[in-house]
Design a protein around this ligand. Structure first.
Ligand SMILES: Nc1ncnc2c1ncn2[C@@H]1O[C@H](COP(=O)(O)OP(=O)(O)OP(=O)(O)O)[C@@H](O)[C@H]1O
Ligand SMILES: [Mg+2]
Length: 245
């Protein structure tokens, strides 16, 4: 099984969107895939996959059974909280214990890939994930502007200490104006590619800022299964990832 973490130095750049859609795209290709939401304070995976009303996970022979969407196995702390709006108020050691438990007690079955969605930054949860999962690769998500790039550089340096294969994706990379068809570089352009070259990591591609992507997330449907252009761009990115990892 290959374990791939999806992370970034920055919040809100689309990590969870990318993680859920990589996992779903791999499932569509026929692989056996698990998706672990390791964002304990802001778990977004259930919403993105339309599992937000799911409460509790089945237990069989003392092991937790992941939830499933179209064959993709999913575990999020959200499924184990008393309600959708319950916060997790834990210090570092509690978070580590929880993640340790998840790695011990979830019966993923036989997987080809485990995709792990991380919270922003390089804090407690990420350190635990790298210790517990010993990932094969890290996919780092950035947006084009330097405010994001500066933090993402830190995340790359963090990942370099722990994992051999590091990939960068630029998300929210330009918007095609629905009125005139011209591209608007809302957050600038090319920052991701330049950063990848500078840091010696492989650049996987640019995902445009696309209202269709946002809408799919809102509706709990992975956008990668649709036919619009940015979904095609994303499928190409996943093809490259499969060849690499
Ligand atoms: N390429 C895109 N085009 C349009 N909307 C996008 C795109 N990528 C992500 N979004 C939207 O941006 C918002 C943030 O995305 P997401 O939750 O995946 O970010 P994140 O990096 O995981 O955030 P956090 O740091 O809070 O975990 C969501 O509403 C999502 O639908
Ligand atoms: Mg997220």
């Amino acid at each position: 099984m290959k374990k791939i973490v999806v992370m970034s130095g920055k919040g809100g750049v689309g990590k969870s969107t990318v993680a859920a859609n990589i996992a779903f795209a791999l499932t569509m290709k026929g692989y056996k895939v698990g998706l672990l939401d390791s964002d304990l304070h802001g778990p977004s995976i259930p919403k993105i996959l339309g599992l937000e009303d799911l409460k509790g996970l089945e237990v069989s022979e003392g092991k937790l059974k992941p939830a499933e969407v179209d064959g993709l196995k999913v575990v999020s702390i959200q499924f184990l909280l008393p309600s959708k709006d319950s916060p997790v108020v834990w210090r570092g050691p509690m978070k580590h214990k929880f993640l340790e438990q998840i790695f011990k007690d979830v019966d993923w079955g036989d997987l080809d890939y485990l995709i792990i969605d991380c919270p922003p930054g390089t804090g407690d949860e990420i350190i635990s994930i790298f210790q517990l999962a010993n990932p094969d690769a890290a996919v780092i998500v950035t947006t084009p502007q330097s405010v994001a790039i500066e933090d993402v550089r830190k995340a790359i340096n963090f990942a370099k200490k722990a994992v051999g294969k590091i990939y960068l994706i630029e998300n929210m990379s330009g918007l095609i104006c629905p009125h005139c068809g011209k591209r608007i570089d809302v957050f600038g352009v090319g920052g991701g590619k330049k950063l990848a070259e500078e840091m010696g990591v492989k650049f996987l591609g640019e995902i445009p800022l696309d209202p269709e992507i946002m809408k799919s997330c809102e509706n709990g449907k992975p956008f990668v299964k649709f036919d619009f252009d940015s979904a095609k761009v994303f499928r190409d990115i996943v093809d490259t990832l499969v060849k690499e990892v």
